[in-house]
Design a protein. Structure first.
Length: 343
């Protein structure tokens, strides 16, 4: 009966389309048969609609916003504490840095055990040094209130141990996963023209669409190709301006946020993810599921998904020339795109 189920409250800050949000939607939807699930979030957006469709209660905490703001953060902490005392969950599961800290502190104050899923640490390599030290200090504080910390890659678990963020027995690796799709959503990377290159990511500091734009703008003597950038975010206009400046607007299209990513992947030939830092990105797994060769920045736990030279290529962070060379290689070799996609 519903009343006897273990009560689980998930907490996340942003509801926009992203890896952590897709993870939470899949996880929470599959928990409903066993647990009584609720979700608290700051900006509801895309995630709320999916949760409501799955019959999951959603509670808005408007002050739970991403930027650090002492007044809003205190208000969010108090609102979460009030909500937890009302719902009386048996377990609080937190996602993303801001919600992870405030949710765990509020749960601790209410005497409720909590778990934190680190979808990539805020103190990972690629983040400015000063911010890394600050975020590591904050995570050490929050870890004192946490039963378990789930890392989505072995890289992130090792990073947490290296920075002494939590005790070894608190940290466990659970790699990200995604559900299967039908054969109609598997790409044919060896056939069709022009060759379609796709990158799916928010236009935010973590990602590096500009690196891809610069790489393709200087690509000469290759088969006809086009690049689709799927996603939105605060840096989208900056990237559009760069494409225009470099004369790449005829090859690079900006599709904005889309809900049919699986179909767009199925129409593509090569997947690229240029990043400054990552946990274990779901978009890479989705591209591999679609049978696409992947070119990705060798950051975070990406190498735990992409086998260099087998399922795709890993390129150093920010290395425009390496990215260009790998793109040229795959654009010219449809049989290799097929081999890597099948692998």
């Amino acid at each position: 009966m519903e009343g006897t189920k273990t009560r689980v409250l998930h907490v996340i800050s942003q509801g926009v389309i992203g890896g952590a949000q897709a993870h939470l939607l899949e996880l929470a939807s599959r928990q409903t048969s066993t647990f009584r699930v609720s979700v608290a979030m700051g900006n509801p957006d895309w995630l709320r609609d999916g949760l409501v469709a799955a019959g999951i209660r959603v509670f808005a905490i408007p002050s739970l916003m991403q930027p650090i703001s002492p007044l809003d953060d205190l208000r969010a902490f108090n609102n979460l504490r009030v909500l937890m005392r009302k719902l009386k969950p048996d377990l609080v599961c937190t996602h993303s840095s801001k919600a992870g800290v405030l949710g765990r502190l509020a749960a601790h104050r209410c005497g409720i055990p909590s778990v934190f899923t680190a979808h990539g640490w805020a103190f990972t390599e690629g983040v400015p040094a000063g911010k890394r030290r600050f975020y590591a200090d904050v995570e050490r504080l929050a870890a004192r209130c946490t039963s378990k910390i789930i890392c989505v890659s072995d890289y992130d678990r090792s990073l947490a141990l290296r920075w002494r963020v939590a005790r070894e027995e608190q940290l466990v690796t659970v790699h990200n996963g995604i559900p299967d799709v039908g054969e109609d959503l598997v790409a044919q990377p060896g056939t069709g023209t022009p060759v379609r290159v796709i990158m799916v990511a928010r236009f935010a500091t973590q990602k590096d669409q500009d690196l891809l734009i610069r790489a393709v703008a200087a690509l000469k003597g290759v088969p006809d190709f086009e690049v689709e950038l799927v996603g939105d975010g605060p840096l989208m206009q900056q990237s559009q301006a760069l494409a225009a400046k470099l004369g790449a607007s005829d090859r690079v299209s900006f599709s904005g946020a889309q809900t049919d990513v699986v179909r767009r992947l199925a129409r593509s030939h090569v997947f690229v993810l240029a990043s400054r830092y990552e946990g274990l990105p779901l978009t890479v797994l989705e591209a591999m599921r679609a049978g696409l060769p992947v070119i990705a920045s060798d950051v975070g736990g990406v190498s735990e998904a992409v086998e260099d030279g087998i399922t795709g290529f890993l390129v150093p962070r920010g290395d425009e020339e390496s990215l260009r060379q790998r793109l040229r290689w795959l654009l010219q070799r449809p049989e290799e795109r097929v081999r890597m996609g099948r692998a």
